[in-house]
Design a protein around this ligand. Structure first.
Ligand SMILES: [Cu+2]
Length: 368
């Protein structure tokens, strides 16, 4: 229980200071003898008391400062929720640990179909296309993916011994030439475009990956269709030009425009249709349909979207923890509520939307 541990430490520090102070006072008293030195003694005691006052008035110990503020000042960083970082701020070793953990999920048994030859990784594209589908174009788009990411992060940790946190790809840093982003690095990243002159495998431009740690991976479904194929990408810009990804919709200016909306429904709508869609349609292949989580970059992309929601939440006058609304699900006329369930079928227990509003609440514990 981190808050208690942290405050105990602070109170211990104060108690130690108090002990020291008492020792100093009695030491000084013992040294003073005779009527003239009594006054000196009294003055010293008064000075010591004044020092004591100062100690107790220090911001850490002041009872006037609310407990939470004192905790925020705590130098004990480890007591806080772990931070999700941008891909390029990771060390080479940390990048490798992340990629190894993702590959490890492909060696673990599926939770959804434990008796099949499916892996723990296959659960994610399946749930996203069969359940997640209904959360797109509606209010739960952001909370559903937030919980989905949390399950993925927990599984990496619990089943694959991953010690880090999820990682995001801040594509605004690459918007001039997205295809040159370090996330596509064949050695340190997730590999690049599909085979340039290769055969189309899926979608408009998907072709087999040819470099990076995810070549030779078979994706079983393409959307809801069972169609085993090589994991594919096909970079394509808005004019249909291959090899290039359009960064216009995810430029810092475009993002600022979305973040400045003050109503949740307008925000989530533009987040999804403009910001979210730019990446899957630009990368193409497996990423451009509902089985997008076959491409491990899906999780870096959605962690970035989750971070933008978190940034937006901070900007709202009530911190956005209760800013929610719109339609309950895709094609539904019913209105959404924070009491709605976020469903993951057998992958994880259902939770309420209200439970994922705060990234440092009872259920979730991370920061950006
Ligand atoms: Cu999605």
């Amino acid at each position: 229980m981190w808050p208690f541990k942290s405050s105990e430490q602070q109170y211990d520090a104060v108690a130690n200071d108090e002990e020291e102070l008492k020792t100093t006072q009695s030491d000084r008293k013992r040294k003073v003898i005779g009527p003239t030195t009594v006054w000196v003694g009294i003055l010293l005691v008064m000075a010591a008391v004044a020092v004591g006052e100062l100690v107790f008035r220090s911001p850490h110990a002041s009872p006037d400062v609310p407990a939470q503020e004192r905790l925020d000042e705590s130098p004990n960083e480890e007591a806080k929720c772990p931070q999700r970082r941008e891909w390029r701020t990771l060390t080479a070793a940390e990048q490798q640990e992340y990629i190894s953990a993702v590959l490890c999920l492909r060696t673990q048994p599926s939770t959804l179909t434990p008796d099949s030859n499916k892996t723990a990784y296959d659960d994610y594209p399946w749930i996203h296309s069969h359940v997640g589908y209904f959360t797109h174009n509606s209010a739960p788009f952001l909370p559903w993916h937030r919980y989905f990411l949390h399950i993925y992060e927990s599984t990496l940790r619990n089943q694959c011994g991953y010690n880090g946190s999820l990682v995001y790809w801040d594509w605004t840093l690459d918007n001039e030439a997205l295809e040159k982003s370090p996330v596509f690095d064949p050695t340190t990243g997730f590999g690049g475009d599909g085979e340039v002159d290769g055969e189309i495998t899926v979608g408009r431009s998907g072709r087999c990956l040819v470099d990076g740690p995810f070549t030779n991976i078979t994706a079983d479904y393409y959307d809801v269709k069972y169609q085993p194929h090589c994991l594919s990408r096909g970079f394509r810009d808005l004019d249909g030009k291959l090899g290039h990804i359009d960064g216009h919709d995810i430029s810092p200016e475009s993002i600022e425009e979305v973040l400045s909306l003050t109503d949740y429904e307008s925000f989530v709508t533009l987040m999804e249709s403009r910001v979210h869609d730019a990446i899957p349609f630009g990368i193409g292949g497996d990423f451009e349909t509902f089985t997008a989580p076959h491409d491990p970059l899906f999780f870096l992309h959605h962690t970035q979207l989750d971070r933008l929601w978190w940034l937006w939440q901070q900007r709202q006058p009530d911190k956005g923890l209760s800013a929610y609304g719109g339609h309950k699900q895709r094609h539904s006329m019913e209105m959404a509520s924070m009491e709605d369930d976020i469903i993951m079928q057998a992958l994880a227990p259902s939770v309420k939307v209200a439970e994922v509003m705060d990234v440092e609440g009872q259920l979730l514990c991370y920061r950006y």
